[in-house]
Design a protein around this ligand. Sequence first.
Ligand code: SAH
Length: 347
Amino acid sequence: MEKEKFVLAGKNLSELENFVLESGLTKFRAKQIYNWIYLKSVKSIEDMTDLPVSTRDLLKENAVLSPIFIKDKQISSDGTMKYLFENQDGTYAEAVLMRFDNRANLTACISTQVGCPMGCDFCATAKLGFVRNLTAEEIINQIYLIQADTGLKVTNIVYMGQGEPLLNFDNLILSINMFREQFQIGARRITISTCGIIPAVKKLAELDCQSTLAISLHAPNQIIRETIMPVAKKYKYDALLSELKNYTQITGRRVTVEYVLIGGINDSVSNAEELARNIAKLKCNVNLIIYNNHEKSKYKKPAKDSVQKFKYILEASGKKVTIRLERGADIDAACGQLSAKMQKKQT
Ligand code: SAH
């Protein structure tokens, strides 16, 4: 059997040092490799041009840059790119790269799981079911490969792709630390989105990681939340809100309340008023998301005027409200549309 190759991208300096020493190379080669990966996002070992040819040959024999590869890439008319990555076991992970005209930021939306176990009724990813957690290395390499492919530096990361990040807690934290230290992406430019796993929110608060926590609340009360998000049966609305208050107290950071407006389900004036009352005491901003349709959905978009009324009511209650720009809908890259099949390859 062929010897498994050492994966370079996703390793810290001391891990790379151990590897080069074990390979009979001098220690400072590790720093060169490190720079090629994290500063230059090099596409291949061959391109590490300040390494002697013999060193590159040795590396190629014993190592690979990434454990995953780009299987497919789609580009939307608005410039959004959707990446399909194939993992070593033949499963897939998706990520989306977004550029906004008026900002220099380059935001990548990445996945933490193959599929998702949460079963939110409106979400395409949920229809896939759950296959497995991604490893920290698989999470990190989504960003590495996007940078290598585009030659651009990702400035912001949102954990809003496939999966529930807080159910893959250790790998989430490992990957955040890696993005901060190796990729030099500030904690505050990283957002973790969760459907509200209360014990994990508590754990995250204790870590005080300074990234933004976004909570997929999506309902003004327990009854509506339960009908669209099964997780609400386990972690109740009021308990979630009080855990979030606790989070803001411990971290001193405002949370983002995400609210997907679904036509006729949670988008009425009274829904807005009830939401405003329930989150009045929570230190938060609100991000309204216009529902994105997908093949397997029975839900519909909200009417334009109900979005504006909803926004107005929340603003009148003193909240800062943004409406999330819809990106990449023509390539199914918008929120809730990530549903690449993750079964093993047929061939
Ligand atoms: N599991 C995490 C991460 C997913 S993030 C979470 O629940 O937060 C993806 C965001 O898009 C979540 O807020 C999710 O509820 C929302 N979403 C899912 N399907 C959607 C759809 N069809 N249209 C708009 N937003 C959707």
